[in-house]
Design a protein around this ligand. Structure first.
Ligand code: IPD
Ligand code: CA
Ligand code: CA
Length: 260
């Protein structure tokens, strides 16, 4: 199947998963390993639905999904799924949560889809064919660094990263325009891709947090990568930096000073 055809089918599945999570407004909540880390029955239901419906599209593909055990990137096709990105927001009905699906082939991101079910915005990136929001092409902004809006994540589940996170945030706040924190990394990354924000950093994210949006960002003319001197991959948790090219180089320089 061509990537474009595949994208059309995936978009229907992701939209249905969006309706599914919105139909569970007061979910059962369970705790997970790490500081203030939760999972809900809606995360589980969304993941089950996505795996069941994506499986027939590419029967040989593996699944790397947040609420699944033993995640390993396999050779060939891999779906990388965050069934709800922004679970804490979801529990508190803050309405800033997304569903993120990335498709990685032999280590390369080829398709990305992120749904914001509250604004009704579906972000898509198809390798070599562009990035879109609800079908309209999107592109990263070109704002001078001194005015740039930078989204960031606090690496909430890792207390040992708080010191470095806020040291970096302080330096970014001094050198750029201002900071924002939504509570969904995938949402922030898509907002960078469409020019609502100019950059993003978080000292530790997992592949499901950024796989879908990585393809959207690259296709929208933005850069995504990790701390200087390390190798970006879809295999393991790592620092994530993203942004319009000029902003990205500033974030990279600051990350070089603060990333442990
Ligand atoms: C989290 C969100 C949050 C980010 C965390 C992620 P989850 O994902 O993206 O914004 O700061 O690092 O883990 O746990 O809600 O899927
Ligand atoms: Ca996540
Ligand atoms: Ca999640």
């Amino acid at each position: 199947m061509e990537l474009e055809q595949l994208a059309a089918k995936v978009s229907e599945i992701v939209q249905e998963a969006g309706n599914l999570i919105k139909s569970i407004p007061r979910p059962q909540v369970y705790t997970k390993e790490g500081h203030a880390n939760f999972v809900t029955e809606a995360d589980m239901a969304s993941q089950k639905f996505l795996i069941e419906h994506l499986t027939p599209l590419l029967p040989d593909a593996y699944f790397f999904a947040e609420e699944k055990e033993d995640n390993q990137l396999a050779p060939g096709w891999n779906w990388i799924i965050d069934p709800i990105d922004g679970t804490t927001n979801f529990i508190r009905d803050y309405k800033a949560s997304t569903i993120s699906v990335g498709l990685v082939k032999d280590g390369e991101g080829v398709l990305g889809m992120v749904l914001d079910p509250y604004r009704g915005e579906l972000f898509t990136g198809i390798r070599g064919q562009g990035a879109f929001c609800n079908g309209t092409p999107i592109h990263v902004a070109d704002v001078p660094t001194a005015n740039a809006l930078i989204a960031f994540g606090t690496a909430p589940y890792y207390q040992e990263l708080k010191e470095a996170t806020f040291a970096m945030a302080k330096e970014v706040a001094v050198r750029c325009g201002d900071l924002r924190r939504s509570g969904s990394a995938a949402l922030d990354l898509c907002h960078v891709a469409m020019g609502r924000m100019d950059g993003f950093f978080e000292l530790r994210l997992s592949p499901w947090d950024y796989a879908g949006s990585s393809v959207i960002l690259r296709e929208a003319g933005a850069l995504i990568g990790t701390a200087p001197g390390r190798e970006f991959s879809y295999q393991k948790p790592q620092t994530i930096l993203a942004g319009a090219p000029k902003v990205y180089s500033v974030l990279e320089e600051i990350a070089g000073k603060h990333c442990p």
